[in-house]
Design a protein around this ligand. Structure first.
Ligand SMILES: Nc1nc2c(c(=O)[nH]1)N[C@H]1C(S)=C(S)[C@@H](COP(=O)(O)O)O[C@H]1N2
Ligand SMILES: [Mo]
Length: 330
């Protein structure tokens, strides 16, 4: 997502970031079915038409890739080389997952639910379909949605047509696209995307800990206009309104501080449209001629605050270092 799109509450598809491990599958919705089974009393299949008739909810959710910002780390992890654009906020409509799980009747010894997408490939030498699990308590949250609409229209192919999971507050990897099956498990899922890929690790051998909730982050709409090659910003002297967004999966954003040449002051913060949608912030600045560095730093209700220096891990997961923007005022 180009950072100038931080201006909109809702990110249009086409500006919303896209991450796909394999290819985008082309699915004929007429012949597509969602299967729900495993440790349930009644396993069943649903067509898209049947899902469209089920009760629905609509909610705005900020999705962020767990690898967002990883290309700014040293040493630089090898994967999707996000700078800071791996984020977006869309309004998702669909069937609450809890509604279908309740209809299926989850057995008492259930511990997790695994979601499998139609996309397949090979990663880390392992042939697989993209699949991720959630702990049963998370799967039964009322705001976890099986979405068939994004911003009021059918899901675009790249965002999971005809159906995807959306897990508010979790990094994007949990929100499985092109969903084909939902299986309730009595043992933790140990598939590649769960046990190997999305881990906080010191090195390749470290089994690490799972990547889950989105860490607190804020980003600024880059002010002025860019210099083509360096991407530093150019703006005329005088008053300018600095604006941006902040979000966290671990508790509401409580404050955003804006740093101008290392001097911090609290920004004005607006309420988010929903608990896991980003909130807008703003801060007036009178730009005086010369070179400046602008930054922003959010704190959430858990007390977590963005680090001033990057905290590296092997795959560059969950990093949330403060953004720094070089500005020439002339
Ligand atoms: N089936 C499937 N679901 C997937 C993925 C994928 O590769 N295949 N990528 C995941 C990752 S890592 C992220 S960050 C989000 C991105 O969702 P978006 O492309 O709609 O922004 O989808 C998740 N769901
Ligand atoms: Mo991701």
């Amino acid at each position: 997502m180009p950072l100038e799109a931080l201006r909109s509450d809702t990110t249009p598809p086409g500006l919303h970031y896209v991450l796909t491990h394999f290819d985008i599958p082309f699915i004929d919705a007429e012949h597509w079915h969602l299967w729900i089974g495993g440790a349930v009393q009644r396993s069943f299949e649903l067509s898209l038409r049947a899902l469209l008739r089920a009760p629905s909810i609509t909610l705005p959710v900020t999705l962020e890739c767990a690898g967002n910002g990883r290309s700014l780390l040293r040493p630089r992890p090898l994967s999707q080389p996000w700078v800071l654009e791996g984020v977006g906020t869309a309004v998702w409509t669909g069937v609450p997952l809890a509604y279908l799980l309740t209809r299926a009747g989850v057995e008492d010894d259930a511990v997790e639910v695994v979601f499998t997408g139609a996309d397949a490939g090979s990663q880390g030498g392992v042939a697989q379909q993209y699949a991720r699990s959630l702990p049963i308590e998370e799967a039964l949250r009322p705001d976890v949605v099986l979405a068939y609409r994004m911003n009021g229209a059918d899901l675009p192919p790249q965002h999971g047509y005809p159906l995807r999971l959306v897990v508010p507050g979790w990094y994007g990897m949990a929100s499985v696209k092109w969903l084909t099956s939902i299986k309730v498990l009595t043992k933790p899922y140990d598939g590649f995307q769960q046990a190997v890929a999305y881990r906080y690790q010191h090195d390749a051998e470290d089994p690490g800990t799972p990547v889950t909730w989105i860490k607190v982050r804020s980003l600024m709409v880059p002010p002025g206009v860019p210099d083509f090659f360096t991407r530093s910003r150019i703006l005329p002297p005088g008053p300018v309104m600095l604006t941006g967004r902040a979000w966290s999966g671990q508790g509401a954003v409580q404050r955003v501080d804006v740093g101008i040449d290392g001097k911090w002051a609290a920004a004005h913060l607006e309420h988010p449209a929903a608990p896991f949608a980003w909130c807008a912030w703003s801060m007036p600045w009178v730009a005086d001629p010369g070179e400046h560095e602008l930054s922003c730093r959010a704190t959430d209700a858990s007390g977590a605050v963005q680090p001033l220096e990057p905290e590296w891990n092997y795959q560059g997961m969950g990093n949330n270092v403060v953004q720094r923007i070089k500005v020439s005022v002339a």
